[in-house]
Ligand binder design. Structure first.
Ligand code: PGA
Length: 245
């Protein structure tokens, strides 16, 4: 099971101390096999990596530029730079970045640049409320995957995260039946079109300690991408504990 903490644009140096309890949790036998990945803002990558050095918890960034060379791109950070400070993962295609201009085509370039740096990728896909209401979800998801992975042969390093836009930060999650079907559609599409037997597929969108029990009833999920609730280590631990029996 994967538990990925997406801190978004939250956190300062003092937030780093909050991971202490999560480090302690991973030392317990019961939790040794779970994979926890923190994705803080760029400013906290290095200090968090240092803090987690002796633990099994890994660290990633929330986005990257398409270009691996240095360049005149004000405000940007590339996959090579993320790797150079010890980052092992990068989230690509998050809807908040899609809304800020990331197209499927740009996402494809970003994934390629991250693969070149041997980073693991958390590839986010998801439909808007409008698309969902128009029953276009499956088409949208397949298209995001198809263009996002265009000309990419080796998808071993990719973890998929299904995050419906209408679920992110709203407290609303899809009902179990719909979510189960959605994961099935995604899984079948990936298996059919890419040489991978067991794609890792996570769910993200308003995951919290209250709804995690019902989300865990979907056995085809390989874990969760947690936004808001991951900034509070008590809630994050609660989510993990309720997922592992
Ligand atoms: P949320 O965010 O858990 O706050 O809804 C999830 C995400 O954006 O990855």
């Amino acid at each position: 099971m994967y538990f990925i903490a997406n801190w978004k644009m939250y956190g300062n140096l003092s937030s780093i101390n909050t991971v202490k309890n999560v480090i302690n949790l991973t030392k317990k036998t019961k939790f040794k096999k779970i994979k926890i990945i923190y994705c803080p803002p760029y400013t906290l990558l290095r200090p968090l990596i240092k803090k987690l050095r002796k633990s099994k918890i890994q660290v990633g960034a929330q986005n990257c530029h398409t270009d691996n060379k240095f360049g005149a791109y004000t405000g940007s950070v590339n996959a090579k730079m993320i790797k150079s400070v010890g980052g092992k993962f990068v989230i690509i295609g998050h809807s908040e970045n899609r809304q800020a201009g990331d197209t499927n085509f740009l996402i494809n370039l970003k994934i390629k640049s991250a693969i070149k740096q041997k980073l693991n990728i958390i590839f986010c896909i998801g439909e808007s409320l409008r698309e969902n209401k128009k029953k276009k979800t499956n088409i949208i998801l397949r298209n995001q995957i198809k263009i996002g992975l265009n000309n990419i042969k080796n998808i071993d390093k990719i973890i998929f995260a299904y995050e419906p836009l209408w679920s992110i930060g709203t407290g609303i999650i899809p009902n179990s039946k719909d979510l189960k079907n959605r994961i099935k559609v995604i899984r079948n599409f990936i298996k059919k079109n890419y040489k991978i037997k067991n794609p890792r597929i996570l769910y993200g969108g308003s995951v919290n300690p209250d709804n995690i029990v019902s989300l865990n009833k979907i056995p085809s999920l390989n874990g969760f991408l947690v936004g808001g609730a991951s900034q509070d280590s008590k809630k994050f631990i609660d989510i993990i504990k309720k997922s592992i029996n």
